[in-house]
Design a protein around this ligand. Structure first.
Ligand code: G
Ligand code: G
Ligand code: NA
Ligand code: MN
Length: 254
């Protein structure tokens, strides 16, 4: 409870910041997207990682407010980058189950898009498989509304939750993110290799782009590229970067 109060106060006082992890095209190496990842600058010397606060925030409605802040912040940042003439790439924002079940999400997005005037496709919502399946029929309705706004939709952590292929077919998605648990032992575990290969084929068959998360080695990268994976995200290419560093990357326009 003390932590929850500190988080609320931190949100009011502007202590949250976003880091951005770049995503690169496997074919030509170009920057094609980023994932926004939240950090809590609790004191000037203490930067708290999501492991230290997301779970607590998710136990209450605090995650709804934090999540709304992240969506508005990314929209505002995209507008800044556009005004400065930087290259524009979609930014993925993680959305928790509680946010999806909250009626305000569509309105938060509509406002953020309206206030900034950014192309909606520059926002991409990342929803985990588990969230999507919590109340799949309700989530389909939500995703259709989001889709109508023009924002992008990714399934995050694919393969770690319970999914139903019947639902996957009905969700209006753009992208599937292979969880790093499968990427990790790709080069040595033939079962993980088979799962990843099949996931890429499945996603492409459904018309979705595939992002591999947690790519850390050249061997993993080579395997993924050879099997047609579209996009790479992981420490091999870049860690999550603070705003100034990622802005320099967009300036270079690569
Ligand atoms: O940044 P890091 O790699 O430590 O992130 C750890 C976890 O925290 C990830 O699973 C990520 O989904 C979650 N996370 C990071 N930022 C956000 C956010 O803005 N909203 C939500 N709901 N989860 C986030
Ligand atoms: O759960 P989610 O898919 O949102 O995960 C994002 C998390 O993955 C962030 O905490 C990010 O820091 C982490 N991450 C990104 N790239 C790598 C990587 O190459 N290796 C590992 N171990 N974690 C990574
Ligand atoms: Na994510
Ligand atoms: Mn993930």
């Amino acid at each position: 409870l003390a932590l929850e109060m500190a988080l609320r106060q931190g949100l009011r006082e502007g202590q949250f910041v976003l880091y951005y992890q770049p995503q690169f095209d496997f074919q030509d190496g170009r920057l094609v997207g980023m994932e926004a990842l939240m950090r809590w600058q609790r004191t000037p010397a203490q930067l708290v990682q999501p492991g230290g606060f997301i779970e607590v925030a998710e136990e209450s409605d605090l995650i709804v407010d934090l999540g709304a802040w992240a969506l508005r912040e990314v929209a505002r940042q995209q507008a800044d980058w556009l005004r400065a003439g930087h290259r524009a790439v979609p930014v993925g924002v993680n959305v928790s189950a509680r946010q999806c079940l909250n009626r305000d999400l569509v309105q938060v997005l509509r406002l953020a898009l309206g206030e900034t005037g950014i192309p909606p496709a520059l926002l991409r919502l990342e929803i985990t498989e588990t969230t999507a399946m919590t109340d799949a029929d309700q989530v389909i309705g939500l995703l259709c509304e989001l889709r109508a706004l023009g924002v992008g939709l990714s399934v995050d952590d694919f393969g770690t939750g319970y999914s139903s292929l019947a639902y996957l077919k009905r969700f209006p998605l753009d992208e599937l993110k292979i969880d790093r648990a499968f990427v990790q032992d790709l080069a040595t575990d033939s079962h993980d290799a088979a799962i990843v290969r099949a996931t890429i084929v499945l996603a492409h068959g459904l018309g979705l782009k595939v992002v591999a998360e947690g790519v850390e080695t050249e061997a993993q990268s080579r395997f993924l590229a050879e099997h047609g994976c579209d996009t790479a995200q992981g420490f091999l290419f870049s860690r999550p970067l603070p705003l100034a560093a990622v802005t320099r990357l967009l300036q270079r326009g690569e």
